[in-house]
Design a protein around this ligand. Structure first.
Ligand code: PEP
Length: 256
């Protein structure tokens, strides 16, 4: 990664299973609110449901706003009813895909090995993989947060990962959609830990890999979180659904 691009902030919105055609209006609203300047300084991404992806790629046009998928299959094609291949996301204009979100790890029983295979499929398709990791409340209270997240990082980061094609997202499960945010000390400690793990795993290739925080990031708490040393942006759920909130979170980076 060139010096000017090293750990360029990434603000990613995960719409989850939300959004009908009428929600596409948020794309134009966001572009209007942000103009070209911020989108040139940062990477800003929306991951809508697959049903809106191709349309929203067209809506974003040449604004610099990126689109991504929320999941992909580990195989490139075949008899997997209801699944989507990474190459299909790429084909409709996606630049990124989220893999291993805690909702998929929980709802679909995805293991780190499966997440790793999905991330490798993403890289093979030319997408940037956003690999999610995070501990449950039970695991944190049992003093296992570092070992659980460490195991997920080691087990989920794809072979061939570099700072250009792979992003980590630390999302404590108990903070997702709950309004509870990890303290800045806890976020700083876990991000420092993840960065050490990435250095050990990928050597120089992952030194500049971006590590996002996710979990109830809102306009009111984003600037404190984004100011932390090892936080390279955010993965935003609920607050990415409204352009005004998402735009305020983008502004909280102060363009850095
Ligand atoms: C998420 O879904 O990745 C997330 C962080 O959600 P929220 O911002 O709503 O907590």
């Amino acid at each position: 990664m060139g010096l000017d691009m090293a750990r360029r902030k990434l603000i990613a919105g995960n719409w989850k299973m939300n959004g009908l055609q009428s929600a596409r209006k948020q794309v134009q609203d966001l572009i209007t609110l942000q103009g070209g300047e911020m989108l040139a300084k940062l990477d800003v991404l929306l991951c809508p449901p697959a049903t809106l992806l191709a349309d929203m790629v067209r809506d974003a046009g040449a604004s610099g706003l990126h689109m991504g998928g929320q999941d992909c299959h580990a195989e490139d094609h075949g008899a997997h009813t209801g699944d989507i291949a990474a190459s299909m996301l790429k084909d409709c204009g996606a630049a990124y895909v989220i893999v291993g979100h805690s909702e998929r790890r929980a709802d679909h029983g995805e293991s780190s090995a499966e997440v790793k295979a999905k991330a490798e499929a993403a890289l093979a398709a030319g997408l940037i993989a956003i690999v999610c990791v995070g501990e449950t409340l039970h695991e944190r209270e049992a003093g296992q947060a570092f070992s659980v997240v460490g195991g997920q990082v080691k087990g989920s980061v794809p072979d061939g990962a570099t700072a250009e094609n792979c992003v980590l997202a630390y999302e404590p499960v108990w903070a997702i959609g709950t309004g509870k945010v990890a303290t800045t000390d806890d976020i700083a400690a876990m991000h420092g830990h993840i960065r050490e793990l990435l250095d050990a795993l990928g050597g120089t290739a992952l030194v500049d890999a971006r590590v996002l925080y996710g979990g109830s990031v809102k306009p009111g708490n984003a600037s404190d979180i984004f100011a932390l040393d090892n936080v390279d942006g955010g993965l935003i759920g609920g607050a990415s659904l409204k352009a005004a909130d998402f735009s305020a979170i983008i502004d909280a980076t102060n363009g850095r």
